[in-house]
Design a protein around this ligand. Structure first.
Ligand code: NOJ
Length: 518
C-alpha cells in the first residue's frame, strides 16, 4: 500500500466486504467458508483491495446469519476453525491485505452462555448482563411489555420469559437479546473479546449497530410519533460516547493502527460525525445516506457538499454503495450496467475510504430468491447470493447446491469470464483501484465541487501537484463539459480515447487530468 508519512493505513485503503456464507465454498457443503476465502486471496490481491472485512464467522445458531453470536472467541464450524482463521490471516497479511472482523456488541445470541445463565433465574449473577424488566401491568405482567419499543425486524422489542416472569429486551430478533452495557462486567467481557482477536493479529473491526450500545437505564418509551421508526431513545443515546472511548482505548493499546468502522445507522450527518474521534471514539463511521439516494446528480451533489461541510479535521468520510443488508446498487439503479460503471468511478474517487461489497466488482444484481428458498427474517437474501466464479452451471461451487440461488446472468457476470475481458466491470474496478493507488490526489486530496451542467456532478481532487477532475454524467444523453488539454485516465464507458474531447457520454463517468508536455 502506498501511504503518506504519518497517515494511518485505513485512510488510504479500499476495503472489501466479504459475506462469508456467499463468497466461496472450500468444503463443498454449499456454504462459503474460510478455506474458500483463502483460495481466493490472489483474486483480491489482483483486484487491488487493501483490506477485507468478514461478516460474522463466530459460532452462531444463525438466526440472523451470524449476527447472533453464541461465542465471540471461536469460529463456527460451518466456516472452519481457529487454525484456518490464523492461516487466512497470515496469508492475507503476506499479500499486504489487512483483515477486519465484524464485532457484534449490541446483542448476543439467546444461546450464548451469558444469556443462558442470565435467563436461568432472577438471582443469577449474569441476570443484569441483559435488560430484564417487569411488565407494565403488575396484575397481568405478561400482557404489556415494559415500553413501546419496536424490534427492527417487526413486532415488539420484548419477549416474555415465563419461568422467571419478566420480559427481556431485543431490538432485533427474540434470539438476539440486547447486552446491558450499563453493567461494568459486560463492558469488561466485551473488551476481552476484542483483545482475543487483536492478540491474534486482526487489524480492526466493523462494529455492528455501535450507536445502539448505550441505553438510558430507564428504557423510556419512544415518543408516540416515532414509536414505529426506531429512530429515537435507543439510538444515539449520549452514554454511548463514553463506551466508545473505552473501546478505542483497547484498540489503541495495540501497535499498528488497529482500526474500527462503526455502523452508525443514523440519518443526520451532523449526528453521525459525533461518533468520530482522533484519539477517542471511532476512526471511521459509515454514513448510509449514499445508499438512500438514487441515481440523481442533484442528490449526489447535495450529499457530497454535506460531507465536505461536516467531515472536517480528523473526520474521514466512508463511502459505500452496497452491503449485505440492502439491495445491490446496480439493482437499485434499474439494473443498468452503465450506471453501475459510473457509480464505481464515483465511489472510488470521492474523498474518503471506500467500502466495496463482494460481487459489485462483477456488476452483480440482486438474485431472485423464491419464497421457499428464503432464509432471512429481514428479507435481505437477494443481495447475499453466492458469488459466481466461473461461467459453467456450478459457477465454481462444486459440491452441494449453494445455500441461495446465483444472481442473474452469472454465465456472463462471473470472475473467470470477466478476468478475460478488458472491458468488463471487473477490469474497470481493477483499473480504478490501480489509478487510485498511484494517485495521492485520489487517495488523500482535497475535494472541490465545481459547477456543472444539469444532471452532472463534477469535482476536482488535489494533493500537492497531483490533481484530477471527475465528471459523472447522470443524464441519459451525452453532455458537453469542455476542459482544455486533458487526458482521460478512466472512462467508465471505455471509449478508449486518451484525449479528453469535452464530451461525456450518457450515464458515464470520466476521470481526467491535465495533459503533460506541449
Ligand atoms: C446490522 C447488520 O448489518 C445486520 O445484518 C444485522 O441483521 C443487524 N445489524 C443486527 O445485528
Amino acid at each position: 500500500m502506498v501511504q503518506e508519512p504519518g497517515a494511518p493505513w485505513w485512510r488510504d485503503a479500499v476495503v472489501y466486504q466479504i459475506y462469508p456464507r456467499s463468497f466461496a465454498d472450500g468444503t463443498g457443503d454449499g456454504v462459503g467458508d474460510l478455506s474458500g476465502i483463502r483460495a481466493h486471496l490472489d483474486y483480491l490481491a489482483d483486484l487491488g483491495v487493501d483490506a477485507i472485512w468478514l461478516s460474522p464467522i463466530y459460532p452462531s445458531p444463525m438466526a440472523d446469519n451470524g449476527y447472533d453470536v453464541s461465542d465471540y472467541c471461536d469460529i463456527d464450524p460451518v466456516f472452519g476453525d481457529l487454525a484456518t482463521f490464523d492461516a487466512l490471516l497470515a496469508e492475507a497479511h503476506a499479500r499486504d491485505i489487512k483483515v477486519l472482523l465484524d464485532w457484534v456488541p449490541n446483542h448476543t445470541s439467546d444461546q450464548h452462555p451469558w444469556f443462558v445463565a442470565s435467563r436461568s433465574s432472577r438471582g443469577n449473577p449474569k441476570r443484569d448482563w441483559y435488560y430484564w424488566r417487569d411488565g407494565r401491568d403488575a396484575d397481568n405482567p405478561d400482557t404489556a411489555p415494559p415500553n413501546n419499543w419496536r424490534a427492527a425486524f417487526g413486532g415488539i422489542a420484548w419477549t416474555w420469559d415465563e419461568p422467571t416472569q419478566q420480559w427481556y429486551l431485543h431490538n432485533f430478533l427474540p434470539q438476539q437479546p440486547d447486552l446491558n452495557w450499563n453493567h461494568q462486567e459486560v463492558v469488561e467481557a466485551m473488551h476481552a473479546t476484542l483483545r482475543f482477536w487483536l492478540d491474534r493479529g486482526v487489524d480492526g473491526f466493523r462494529m455492528d449497530v455501535i450507536h445502539m450500545i448505550g441505553k438510558d437505564p430507564e428504557l423510556p418509551d419512544a415518543p408516540p410519533a416515532e414509536a414505529n421508526t426506531n429512530r429515537v431513545v435507543f439510538n444515539d443515546y449520549p452514554g454511548t460516547h463514553a463506551l466508545l472511548r473505552g473501546i478505542r482505548k483497547v484498540l489503541d493499546s495495540y501497535p499498528g493502527d488497529r482500526t474500527a468502522v462503526g455502523e452508525v445507522n443514523l440519518r443526520d450527518t451532523d449526528r453521525i460525525v459525533t461518533y468520530y474521534g482522533r484519539d477517542d471514539e471511532l476512526p471511521l463511521v459509515f454514513n448510509f445516506n449514499s445508499v438512500r439516494i438514487g441515481w440523481d446528480a442533484a442528490e449526489w451533489s447535495a450529499l457530497v457538499d454535506e460531507v465536505e461541510r461536516y467531515y472536517v479535521g480528523d473526520r474521514w468520510p466512508v463511502w459505500v454503495l452496497s452491503n449485505h443488508d440492502i439491495v445491490r446498487h446496480r439493482t437499485r439503479y434499474g439494473g443498468s450496467e452503465a450506471r453501475a460503471r459510473a457509480a464505481a468511478v464515483l465511489l472510488l474517487t470521492l474523498r474518503g475510504t471506500p467500502f466495496l461489497y463482494a460481487g459489485e466488482e462483477l456488476g452483480l444484481c440482486n438474485a431472485e430468491v423464491p419464497p421457499e428458498q428464503a432464509h432471512d427474517p429481514g428479507g435481505r437474501d437477494g443481495c447475499r447470493a453466492p458469488i459466481p466464479w466461473t461461467a459453467d452451471a456450478a459457477h465454481g461451487w462444486t459440491g452441494a447446491t449453494p445455500w441461495l440461488p446465483f444472481p442473474p446472468d452469472a454465465d456472463r457476470l462471473n470472475a473467470t469470464t470477466e478476468t478475460g475481458d478488458d472491458k468488463s466491470m471487473l477490469a474497470l474496478y481493477r483499473a480504478l483501484l490501480r489509478v487510485r493507488r498511484a494517485s495521492p490526489a485520489l487517495r488523500r486530496g482535497e475535494l472541490t465541487r465545481v459547477d456543472a451542467p444539469a444532471g452532472v456532478l463534477r469535482y476536482t481532487r488535489t494533493h500537492n501537484d497531483d490533481s484530477c477532475t471527475v465528471i459523472v454524467n447522470f443524464n441519459h444523453f451525452d453532455v458537453d463539459v469542455p476542459l482544455d488539454n486533458c487526458t482521460v485516465v478512466i472512462d467508465s464507458n471505455h471509449t478508449g480515447n486518451p484525449v479528453y474531447d469535452g464530451r461525456v457520454g450518457a450515464e458515464t463517468a470520466v476521470v481526467v487530468r491535465p495533459s503533460v508536455g506541449p
